[in-house]
Design a protein around this ligand. Sequence first.
Ligand code: ADP
Ligand code: GLC
Length: 477
Amino acid sequence: MQVLSVSSEIYPLIKTGGLADVVGALPGALVPLGIKTRNLVPGYPAVLKVTKTVETLHHYKNFFGGTARILATATNGLDLFVLDAPHLYDRTGNPYVNADGKDWPDNAERFAALSRAGADLGKAIVPGFVPDIVHVHDWQAGLVPAYMHYDGGLRPACVATVHNLAFQGQFPSSLLPTLKLPLESFGVDGVEYYGTIGFLKSALQFADRITTVSPTYALEIMQPDGGMGLDGLLRQRRSVVSGILNGIDTEVWNPANDIHLVAHYDDKHLAKRTNNKKALQERMGLPIDAERPLFGVVSRLSWQKGLDLLADALPLLSGVGQLALLGAGDAALEEKYATAKSPNIACEFRYDEALAHLIQAGADILLVPSRFEPCGLTQLCALRYGAVPLVARVGGLADTIIDANMAALAAGTATGIQFWPVNEMMIEAAIHRAIRLYHDKSAWARLQRNGMRSDVSWHHSAQAYAALYREVLKLPA
Ligand code: ADP
Ligand code: GLC
């Protein structure tokens, strides 16, 4: 089976969040199941830099305002199509925003172009490449199913995955001709969304199957509270909506041989973690103290992640433990953390892969107090690294962590701590609960070991995607 995956990010070439991790890891996990994937991504400088041997497969003369090419290349175990369109993608910095944090003014054209190229590849524009499935991720690839629909004729099956419903890609209706969408497409059964052109809405309208990245988030987005304006359409299409949990790349995230750690360990040699805790305290300028509980955060700084609420709990955290936070994003939130003056609070505001690994290996507890979380990957990394996740009971966090309540502790199945509803009071109560458990050394070690033994790999999820692909193609299970 041949799949064409279309996305705006892919690890390790270009990443702003978990989308890149997922799109980069899933192809490898599908190989043993007989599924080949080729990923179409935009030709950002970071992508073109590493794609050394390229073959030009297709030329576009006037493609959304300039010339463009579809290139083929392979790197890091990935089989790639790259849409090389310098007028759209040859810009330094973030894929979506300029240096001032403002959306690139031509984002509609930039990601319509990605979608148009995805639809063309889906319809076999390149000789010898005929995908059975086109799998589109998030709003940036959202117009692929719409283009294929309005082109007419035969087309491959189409799966759309929602990684985050908060980002929908809405643009003025006046762009309809620029985006090469027919007039007839501007209706409630087409690309129209509250008077605008909705990229994600279009994907949900025209895809044969809709997935999101956890079963609980799939339910949440069909409710008015979590549906962000799209719950009605999702409810209407509920028979094709499902949730498949993300995994993590267990080679990239392996405490037994991770180059970013000072001490390697596994579930049978947990004591060695102490060396990583010490290294993390040193690295972040925290007092060296093996006994004091060390809380970690690795996150985008945004309202979604609930870190404004956690900031209000800093006096408690600095009184009972320590905090090592690594995050970038919202400037006001950075400011809130930067002004917290306590020797027990250390924050670094940037993207730093090496430090992210050390925090997972050195922190005792990893905090994820998200208001909503489609899946979340950092709690999965924490499980694998023996940092006990303390999470909000929402979305994928609810599905991946087993709360250390009396029953789960007695049954020996607990892997972390959950709280709900998401507010400062409940976060503080959960922190108190974590500290009490932390001081019960054997209960704590059991929590860590349970986490480290949970399967956070892509194994089961890849099987679920494979089953979905077979089902949509009407192949035997
Ligand atoms: P989201 O995609 O919503 O940001 P996820 O938990 O799904 O959240 O994925 C976040 C990914 O980005 C993880 O791989 C995490 O380790 C990484 N990450 C987030 N913030 C940082 C940072 N400041 N430095 C390094 N890695 C980060
Ligand atoms: C999004 C979500 C996150 C999810 C990731 C990968 O960025 O916010 O919860 O893990 O996509 O699917």
